[in-house]
Every structure is written in structure tokens, then in C-alpha cells.
Write a protein that binds this ligand. Structure first.
Ligand code: ADP
Length: 164
């Protein structure tokens, strides 16, 4: 059984993430989408919300499951019998850090990193940018699933109300 992990914070999941998960699911017998649940003040959505959104987004992929993880990704890989980490590469700017991370992870345990080039239509897409654009009223409806767009709009409105 060839098993891969697609790790990330997914705050929230975008069409760029889904594209990578779908392509990974065609390459591996099983794909685990691992949502980092480490506490961070900068998250818009809780770990449970991010996991729930990914489950909905990945519901159509038979060999994909969604799980939370904390601590070292390499430990998660060992515990779950995962041989490969799949990362999407958007631009050259992603490469330096991702290469360093891949080499570090390989030195920690026997895990391979597989880079998948982003589809051109998503190469500018990052959760952080989606949140920023949405916060200022920009239309991000083509960049995330419809149910994520609704959740994002609601959450940002709640935030705006709370901050007066
Ligand atoms: P981001 O805020 O950049 O979306 P995440 O930590 O949620 O960050 O992303 C998890 C992983 O998903 C990234 O390391 C990257 O491999 C991949 N990814 C994110 N956005 C895209 C995209 N638009 N195209 C391809 N891969 C992506």
C-alpha cells in the first residue's frame, strides 16, 4: 500500500489545495490530508473547523481521509505507515524552504517528499492571501469551494462586528 500525506494548515482550504490532493490521490493508493492543529493565534478557523471543511471538500475522493496532527510530521508519517509527503510548488519562492524541509524530513526518518507543480490557474493562490483579499471585500468566490466562501464571509463579518 503506497500512502502519502498532504500536510498544511488549510486556514481555510482553497481550490489550490484540493487540486494537489486530487492529483496525489491519483498517484497513491491512499492519501491522508493532515491538518496542523498546533495552537496559533493567527488562525481564522479552529482546528475542528478546518478539518470539517477539508472532509467536505474531499468527500468525493474515495482514497482520501482527513486527520489532524501535532508535533513532527515525520512522526505522523511513521505512525501512519506513510512513505511520501506531497507538497505543491507554486513559485520558485516556495522552493528554497520546501527543499530544506524535504531534506530535513528525510534525515529524520525514511520519508520521501514528492513535489507537484501547481496548476497555473492556482499558482498565485494561498490561504493567507484569500483571507486578506476577502477581508477587504475582494471577490474570492472562484478560489475556494462555495461552502468555504460562505464560512469565510460569515467569520470575517463576525470578526468585524466583534472588533467594532
Ligand atoms: P497556504 O497558506 O500557503 O495555502 P498551507 O500550509 O495551508 O498554506 O498549504 C499547505 C500546502 O499546500 C503547501 O505547503 C503547498 O504544498 C500546498 N499548496 C497551497 N496552496 C497551493 C496552491 N495554490 N497550489 C499548489 N499547492 C498549494
Amino acid at each position: 500500500m503506497r500512502r502519502a500525506v498532504c500536510p498544511g494548515s488549510f486556514d481555510p482550504v482553497t481550490n489550490g489545495h484540493i487540486d494537489i490532493v486530487q492529483r496525489a490521490s491519483a498517484l497513491f493508493d491512499e492519501v491522508v490530508v493532515a491538518v496542523g492543529v498546533n495552537k496559533s493565534k493567527n488562525r481564522l478557523f479552529s482546528a475542528e473547523e478546518r478539518i470539517e471543511m477539508l472532509r467536505e471538500a474531499c468527500a468525493g475522493f474515495d482514497n482520501v481521509r482527513v486527520d489532524g496532527f501535532s508535533g513532527l510530521l515525520t512522526d505522523f508519517c511513521t505512525e501512519n505507515g506513510i512513505q511520501a509527503i506531497v507538497k505543491g510548488l507554486r513559485a520558485v519562492s516556495d522552493f528554497d524552504y520546501e527543499l530544506q524541509m524535504a531534506q530535513m524530513n528525510a534525515s529524520l526518518t525514511d520519508v520521501e517528499t514528492v513535489f507537484v507543480p501547481t496548476s497555473p490557474e492556482y499558482s498565485f493562490l494561498a490561504s493567507s492571501l484569500v483571507k486578506e483579499v476577502a477581508m477587504f471585500g475582494g471577490d474570492v468566490s472562484a478560489l475556494v469551494p462555495a461552502f468555504v466562501h460562505r464560512a469565510l464571509t460569515e467569520r470575517l463579518a463576525e470578526r468585524a462586528t466583534a472588533e467594532g
